[in-house]
Design a protein around this ligand. Structure first.
Ligand code: PMP
Length: 399
């Protein structure tokens, strides 16, 4: 008998999502009765607003939704997304340049599939969301990390990007507000990066999934609004998950130049066809219905953001840049490393996250999931009481 042929080398090299892994571990401990407080999940703790759920319930009774619909999305939803894109990203776009996807994640995947060729280098500002390097590799591209630390609010500069650019650089990832850092690029910073990309003909994958979760009067300016000339080489990624507390509904989209959207839609037509029609109807209600609950959720996140930044800042050895968007804080914990806590020596943020889970029953995601060691990501999308209790435990642990 001949030995079985090997598995795909490309897929075997892909790592499991580290954030989902930490969250699953925390949930398993909670299920086993441990009082674990988890800052690991990247999702709002709120229920999806009622009028959105009602629209979905109604859609369940419409036989049109029992059938296949256009792979790129329901025309009426693509129109609503076009209106939202004009309102929030300042880009006037035909619905034909929009594909509805199974969450922003699929939009990310398809964006790289559409613009990356084997061996292309994709500039990836770090800390980065853990899915990006894998999605780039799945497109046979090479992620090139460009790191920005807490001293620059985790935001890369044009000088850093230029230093990393080679003749094989074909794309740049731009995420503002950012997961994992919550950083928001200013208008000037966004414009400078957009102009640099246009000058060098570099694709921009701009992930705007947190664009409506911003604080202190800040606006997350879309790179295509700051630099209209960039539109022909930019793919916008977005979705309803974060803004509308709809992570489980799986509804996102991508917007881009007609030729890129055409080939991405062809891919999707073979991969999964249309997104679940009920979720599409729910997303339509989300985008076109009342936005007051969205504002309530945003205000709750803002309140928690202030609490967690203030309380974490009281721990000696922890530096906490104040994030202006999303629902994450990304403290620099290098001051806690190379030391002994509760009799255990801790050298990396990975070891620190383990210690925190073991000793304080608090789950945080180590920086290693997003780039270099020395940081942890904490989502503040959890209830006010739990949020405070968890931080108090950290204050006790590192007292
Ligand atoms: N982009 C970023 C930056 C994210 O943080 C996430 C979710 N963690 C996504 C895209 C994907 O969101 P979803 O697939 O749930 O729509």
């Amino acid at each position: 008998m001949t030995e079985r042929a090997p598995l795909s080398r490309k897929l075997s090299a892909i790592a499991e999502s580290a954030t989902l892994k930490v969250d699953a571990k925390a949930k398993a401990l909670q299920a086993a009765g441990r009082p674990v407080i988890s800052y690991a999940a990247g999702e709002p703790d709120f229920a999806t607003p009622g009028h959105i759920v009602d629209a979905a319930a109604e859609a369940l009774h419409d036989p049109a939704n029992f059938r296949y619909t256009p792979a790129a999305g329901l025309p009426v939803l693509r129109e609503a997304i076009a209106a939202k894109t004009l309102r929030d990203s300042g880009l006037e776009v035909e619905p034909s340049r929009i594909i509805v996807t199974n969450g922003g994640k699929q939009a990310v995947y398809q964006a790289f599939q559409a613009v990356v060729n084997p061996g292309d280098e994709v500039l990836l500002p770090a800390p980065y969301w853990t899915t990006y390097p894998e999605a780039i590799r799945l497109a046979d591209g090479i992620p090139v990390e460009v790191f920005a630390g807490a001293d620059q609010e985790y935001k890369v500069t044009v000088e850093q990007l230029e230093a990393a650019r080679t003749e094989r650089t074909t794309a740049l990832v731009f995420v503002s507000p950012s997961n994992p850092t919550g950083s928001v690029y200013s208008y000037e910073e966004t414009r400078a990066i957009g102009e640099w990309a246009v000058e060098h003909g570099i694709w921009i994958i701009s992930d705007e999934i947190y664009q409506n979760l911003v604080y202190e009067g800040v606006r997350a300016v879309s790179i295509v609004e700051a630099v209209p000339d960039a539109a022909n080489q930019t793919i916008l990624v977005n979705g309803v998950a974060k803004t509308y507390a709809m992570t489980g509904w799986r509804l996102g989209w991508m917007v881009g130049p007609a030729d890129a959207i055409k080939i991405a839609a062809n891919l999707q037509s073979h991969l999964c066809s249309n997104v679940n029609n009920i979720a599409q109807r729910a997303a339509l209600a989300a985008l076109t219905g009342p936005q007051d609950e969205v504002e309530h959720m945003r205000q709750a996140f803002d309140r928690r953001r202030r609490v967690i930044v203030d309380e974490l800042s009281k721990i000696e050895g922890v530096t906490v840049p104040r994030p202006l968007g999303a629902f994450y804080v990304y403290p620099d914990v290098t001051g806690l490393l190379g030391r002994e806590w509760r009799g255990k020596r801790v050298e990396t943020s990975l070891e620190l996250a383990d210690l925190i889970l073991d000793e304080a029953e608090v789950a945080v995601v180590p920086g290693e999931a997003f780039g270099p060691s020395g940081y942890v990501r904490m989502s503040y999308a959890l209830g006010d009481d739990a949020l405070l209790e968890g931080v108090r435990r950290l204050q006790d642990l590192f007292a």
